[in-house]
Design a protein around this ligand. Sequence first.
Ligand SMILES: Cc1ncc(COP(=O)(O)O)c(C=O)c1O
Length: 401
Amino acid sequence: MESTSIFSERVQKIQPSATLAVDARARELKARGVDLISFGAGEPDFDTPDNIKQAAIEAIHQGFTKYADVSGTQDLKEAILAKFQRDYGISYQPQEIIVSCGAKHSLYNIFQVLLDKGDEVLLPAPYWSSYADMILLTGARVKVIRTKAKEGFRLHGDGLKKAIGTRTKMLILNSPSNPTGACLPKEDLQEIGKIVQEKGIWVVTDDIYEKLIYDRFEWRSIASVAPEIRDHCLVVNGVSKAYAMTGWRIGFTAGPAEVIGQMSKLQSQSTSNPNSIAMKAAVEALNGPQESVEKMRQEFEKRRNFVVDRLSAIPHIQCFRPQGAFYVFPDVSKWYGREYQGKKIENSSSFAEFLIDAVQVAVVPGVAFGEDHSIRLSYAASMENIQKGLTRLHDALLALR
Ligand SMILES: Cc1ncc(COP(=O)(O)O)c(C=O)c1O
């Protein structure tokens, strides 16, 4: 039957961002005076460091407020090249870099220039939900590869090989991961590198949480440890999470010049340059003092320790101890089947609803990340609120029948 909607088939295929929806609901309830504790945030709760703000203020005073280079200013590209040299040990050329309006926009551009109808993209689950929707927008298909908490959410070579088919064009990696916080060890990345090299598959590695690493885990990007895939690898990173700059909207991609060129063409016909003032601020973020990054990291590590221990002390909750990012993704499915006010808790969505209704605690249902047994909690919140929120969650569960 033909669609009667006025909207394109494309846009009808996708869902609104579940995490942003939880955020919006939390904001609305708070505005109505509800004493809500939200574990929904996908952003650091710290302020952008002062030196970065100052750079933006200076940019405004100097009149750097006009159109700029579509693919990013030269000084920002130089700062990004230096970052890749310093943190990844990779020398890229300026034509291998493009700056976009947030890492999300970088990913969107990549998918638009590389994917077509009929292509298949391998997406290890649990995954950040926006990948799936952005891929669907291109007409390509998503093939999910399940990974397990008890195996540290690692992507095994065997599983990867089995998932690769004739239409497979791309593999997405996200380490540290949103929503699990899991990091992929170097040896796994090397094995994955060999497999994708052999099969000629593109790898998109989303390293946006790179600076938030705990337990001295030796974080590496696949781009660094599998240099043989360089011609088929796109590295996405940005300033949002490391420098508490989510609202500034600066992300970047490093990869083969011809792909970057196509992304620039697309960007020139859509957003034009990323915000000129934010680009000046991003130069300061990357080139300026890095102490604030370490301070935030240490604070997140403290909170992670608390959250994992606290959740693990609640009966029937299993919580993987993540090595990065600022999320935990506990399995709460042993509580499914219980009732709250006559309604059965059947899945991650009804579990999240129950928490809001019973104790005004907001979490994101795991189903939004392709795993219905879990919920995602962000610990980008004050320690006081984290303590209060987890006590409420514990009490709510103990009161369940
Ligand atoms: C895995 C992942 N990649 C990319 C992004 C988007 O980053 P940005 O704010 O730079 O667009 C997010 C934000 O939540 C994320 O979790």
